[in-house]
Design a protein around this ligand. Structure first.
Ligand code: ADP
Ligand code: MG
Length: 212
């Protein structure tokens, strides 16, 4: 039910094609994490968003990334890291549906597929790469011409799991390959010590915690 705190996608200054595409898939009202994060990301702020599983965190970053991508479609625009293959494909599906009207090129890069096939896909200059850390680090280490030097957005989905220690080596490789000035968006279902640390060291971040 709509109430006074309900925010529709129309109120978020989005391109009309995005609003139309959201309507086409039956979405008109933003979830709280979306209504809080989308305007901040569009303003160019970094963002740490915490909200429970199923609260719509994927579109909280996919919508503003696609809107910004339309303004500046050059090279690999956004890199989304997530801890598992399943999540990578789910995120890919949401980008695919929403990005259809703009002919979005995206690729999912995870273990379990041929390195060579993936390397060819990466050479086609996708707009968005969605990947697990291990496989992306493999590509960075094995291919001199694969570059993330121009990406504008780095998303850490399930950031608490990505930064919790298991992926330290790969994350280090990836971070050393991305530009210092790219926007960083962290999303997580839970607020952990790891995220508290990130929050303290990045003073320009917007921190959004939706508790219910
Ligand atoms: P999270 O990453 O927070 O666990 P997801 O981004 O995977 O959640 O979204 C969970 C489900 O909610 C998806 O099926 C998605 O299509 C749906 N969803 C996302 N945004 C909205 C919205 N504004 N209104 C209704 N459903 C939405
Ligand atoms: Mg998610």
């Amino acid at each position: 039910m709509a109430n006074e705190t309900t925010v529709s996608f129309k109120q978020l200054n989005l391109n009309s094609w995005i609003i139309r595409q959201l309507q086409n898939i039956g979405l008109t009202i933003a979830t709280p994490i979306q209504s809080h994060c989308i305007p901040k990301i569009l303003e160019g702020k970094d963002c740490i968003g915490c909200a429970k599983t199923g609260s719509g965190k994927t579109l909280a970053f996919a919508i503003p990334i696609l809107q910004k991508l339309c303004e500046d479609p050059y090279g690999i625009f956004a890199l989304v890291l997530t801890p598992t293959r399943e999540l990578a494909y789910q995120i890919g599906d949401q980008f695919s549906v929403l990005g259809k009207p703009m002919n979005l090129r995206y690729t999912v890069v995870t273990g379990g597929m041929e390195m060579l096939t993936q390397a060819q896909e990466l050479r086609q200059n996708p707009h968005v790469v969605i990947s697990t850390p291990g496989r992306l680090a493999d590509h960075l280490e094995s291919c001199d011409t694969f570059s993330l030097k121009r990406i504008k957005f780095l998303v850490l989905d399930e950031a608490d799991r990505l930064l919790g220690g298991l992926f330290d080596k790969q994350i280090k490789t990836i971070f050393s390959a991305i530009p210092k000035n790219c926007h960083r968006l962290l999303f997580s279902a839970t607020m952990t010590d790891v995220l508290e640390t990130v929050k303290e060291v990045t003073d320009k971040d917007v921190f959004v915690h939706i508790s219910e």
